[in-house]
Design a protein around this ligand. Sequence first.
Ligand SMILES: Cc1cc2nc3c(=O)[nH]c(=O)nc-3n(C[C@H](O)[C@H](O)[C@H](O)COP(=O)(O)OP(=O)(O)OC[C@H]3O[C@@H](n4cnc5c(N)ncnc54)[C@H](O)[C@@H]3O)c2cc1C
Length: 421
Amino acid sequence: MFENEGQSCWESTAQLPSFPALDRSLEVDAVIVGGGIAGITTAYLLKQAGLRVALLERRRCGSGQTGRSTAHLTAIADQPLATLVDELGTASARTLWEAGFAAVARVRAEIRDARINCQFAWVRGCLHASSSDEVRQRASLTEEAVAAHALGIEAAYVDAVPGLGVPGVLFDGQARLHPLRYLTVLLESIDGNGSLVAEHTEVDRLDADRRVVYVGRHQVRAPFIFCATHVPLPDVLDLAPHLRSSLSTSTTYVVAGTAPQGPLDEGLYWEHRHRSYEYLRIDREDGQDDVVVFGGLDHPGDSAAAGDRYSRLERRLRQRLPGVRIEHRWSGTVVESVDGRPCIGEVAPGIYLAAGFGGNGMSYGTLAAMMAVEAVRGGRSAWADLFDPSRFSDHPREPDASSAAAPSGHVTGRRPHATVA
Ligand SMILES: Cc1cc2nc3c(=O)[nH]c(=O)nc-3n(C[C@H](O)[C@H](O)[C@H](O)COP(=O)(O)OP(=O)(O)OC[C@H]3O[C@@H](n4cnc5c(N)ncnc54)[C@H](O)[C@@H]3O)c2cc1C
């Protein structure tokens, strides 16, 4: 048994500020529901843009999936790049990756400007074959590297990833961070000067026509309501019913600990197109044991049914890092859309949704906040059409001529999944 069974390695090493529950009705410029990376970053950026914001969180900020993430901060989308090019065309596939790069750059800029100490480091990302399926995957990994080059993305195909010995594609310019230490600093600057953070404050209803959310007997009114609850609120699903069958959930499992430095480099590792889909993060500091975080073995639905998954993960990790000591294990939920792209945008006048981030929530959650700032200013971001939540409906918004994005309807995600409602 572990000392903090079920708690992630981030939750046990960060101290987020705490806030009282909402105790009155109020009116602000923007209400943000949900205190994960999407909601906190949105509240933070909107406040910086001069708005009075209310960030409402039903439990504690950071207690959702953000605190359970393995926090690979990457532009590398869940779907293979070659598939994206086939489905969307080169221009939109590039736009999608640029979204990830823009988000990573934004996080980096915040960390630099606010001098946030959150273990941020630029690292290499590695998409690699699973040892059992090496030959068949060699071809598609080569295809991945070619597709990346065609898009102007630096990527190198290697026959043997150091320390793994299987083929892979290496991507420079990816990053990692301690997600909760990062968000602690953002969160500290939201409350005050007309803005408010309220925890233990569950939104139980949203009235889109009146632009108000209800928390028990209190109301919070705003012209701009941003729903960042990971699984969309029922009232949001009523506004965009097509999302019920277009978003799905899966549960994923993680073990973490320390290991003596070995042949496997620091970085982020993802298995390519493999049934069990495993992901590994290795953080390295000079003269210290590596910190390792290893996840996978997903199953459909959002209730943890670990069975022997933790011991299987541990066994798999020991094959790669024989001296590893496991100190944490936890599970979490991933929500993804049928085309693998996030749903970020307006679902009714003034009501915005950010969901379906798949395994890229660190980047897409940040991007959602960047898009929210643009929307509030009356602009439309380069990613609006690509991520428009209406793309799954019978009457999708007409794409701008500048974007080649089209709803694909293909199921491309790597994870097994079950629909959200
Ligand atoms: C094990 C695991 C590993 C992952 N690894 C990565 C990774 O390496 N890289 C990556 O980019 N992504 C990763 N992800 C995905 C990423 O963590 C998520 O996509 C991201 O954290 C979602 O952020 P969010 O703000 O949308 O949701 P959350 O962090 O879940 O925040 C939503 C918040 O809304 C609150 N809420 C819900 N309903 C209400 C309500 N009615 N009223 C008020 N508040 C409400 C919840 O309490 C919660 O705090 C991983 C996820 C898991 C589970």
